[in-house]
Design a protein around this ligand. Sequence first.
Ligand code: GTP
Ligand code: MG
Length: 586
Amino acid sequence: MWAHLCTWPGLKWPARRQKQQQQQQSMLSSSSSSSSSSSSSASCTLALSVGKCYHCILSGPAVTEHVLRCRSGDGGAGEIVEAGRGKYVKNNKYHPGSNQPKQIWLPASDPADGADGADVYVVCDPSLDNLLHLHKRKSWLAPKGAQGNPAMGSSGPKRNSKLKKAMTPPLQIPVPPGTVVKRKSTGQLLGEVVQPGDRILVAKGGKGGMGVTAPSRGQKQRDLQREIKAAEKSGGEVVAVEDVNWKEDAKGLPGRQLGLQLLLRVVADVGIVGFPNAGKSSLLAALTRASPEVAPYPFTTLMPNLGVMGGQEAAAAGSSGQAPVLADLPGLIEGAHKGVGLGRMFLRHLRRTRLLLHVVDGAAADPGTDYLAVREELRLYNPDYVARPHIVALNKVDLEDAGDLREEVTHEVMAAAHKLQQQHAQDVPGFTTPAAVIACSAVTGEGVQQLAAALQAATDHLVASEGKQQQQQQHVAADALAAAVAAAVAGAAAAAAAAAAAGDSSSNDIEEDGEWDEDEYEEWKVEEDEEWVAAAVRGEGSLITGTGSSSNDEAAPQPLAADDPDRWLFELSEDKLLAMADAADD
Ligand SMILES: Nc1nc2c(ncn2[C@@H]2O[C@H](COP(=O)(O)OP(=O)(O)OP(=O)(O)O)[C@@H](O)[C@H]2O)c(=O)[nH]1
Ligand SMILES: [Mg+2]
């Protein structure tokens, strides 16, 4: 879309789709090596090869980052009233036909102040989930304050000090929850909006000018005459100096102008991290109703995807808590903490998450090393991230290699995590090991229920312990969390096993694969009929009407009447029936 704007070195756009598809295979085969030794240009080439250049997308009309200029309103000028002279102002209470005057004479005392200029606020708007709406408007100029006017008061014209100053409605810049606001020039953090109703004052409006009483024309004349007389007496020169201070006082102050940098960090309970292509988006789709793009090449996801887990998992886990919000992030590669693959852009989204879900491709050459590499990137970007509780999802266990090695890999991941924890015991207090390692498959759904239960239980546990944590300033007890997760996983596994057993007993051969096969049904029906007729011939049953003798049928099956038109069905196959009866006797 913004391809023609791309000036990234060495890139040409649009690359032909066919050519991309050809290149894609070759790039994918080398993606593992390129991801380990990637530089930013390599990442861009990789993205281009799969039809997307995220440098273009993100440096163009950014969705999670935006820069704008804003200016608060200038203060309105104060009212200037000539000394000794009053003023006619409009009577706001006047109605045609009433006996009130249209204009009211106000005495000269207490002139009205000018209104302050409008403030500029950044406000949280929960209906938004990105910064795209700001793209078209780079400058946000707040309105000026109104000039001092005694008629502005809501109760009509009055020289009342409480009413003389009109209010200027503030200018509000709507942003989604999780937006961080910084000053563009200095990088100073101005604040962050998280919940609906949060707002940050970024520029205060200019103060309104004071209402002033100017010397009257007569007074000026008298002052001048006095000056002249004094000069004649002393033989000096007449210098008429006008007092201009009152003019300055009446002026409103200018508003404040500044550049803002807005950064969106998604607000979610669970942040999903892992190498590209590990199946993060597939798991998001399996766990929630979100439908992120899923494709067999790296960097399919370029923007965070959010999904809310359904209430079923919560109920299954015996939870009364809120359904967790999951954020699927773009894949991380080695050097992400330095910005490789635009990793820094994505890593900031984890800041407001409670729990991390590490997705590891169980069919990868070395899943344990992949897990460690992602942990290392997180540690280097922000040590807080590795002190955050996390669960490992060992994905793709439906694939042969991954399925066979799941236990071995689980132990490998756990051992590696404990080793890493010991290594960083000094520099990262509270370095966590996985609360659980859950083997699953986003494609077949195996283990997904357990994973959902684990995420729900962990989120509930973390929410409950957050209050205590704030009071006691301590990390969440890892053992308690692991126990809560293990209990939820065991519960979900038992429920899944029970459901599978119930499914087995009620299943029939025809619908096992979930699709209705008419031919298969016909075959089955003939077999059933044959058995049934054979039993009837042996005297173990009777020929009855109806084919769907379901237990819900209220009417009891009836023997076929001699004149029943359906009876010919059986009479025609009499030879066959006799043959079957003989076979049964044998
Ligand atoms: N066999 C199998 N394939 C899977 C499974 N999960 C995901 N895949 C496949 O793996 C490929 C990548 O899946 P995605 O969900 O796009 O992976 P991702 O981690 O989101 O990738 P990026 O967005 O590029 O970081 C797709 O072809 C999926 O169909 C799984 O459990 N089993
Ligand atoms: Mg993805």
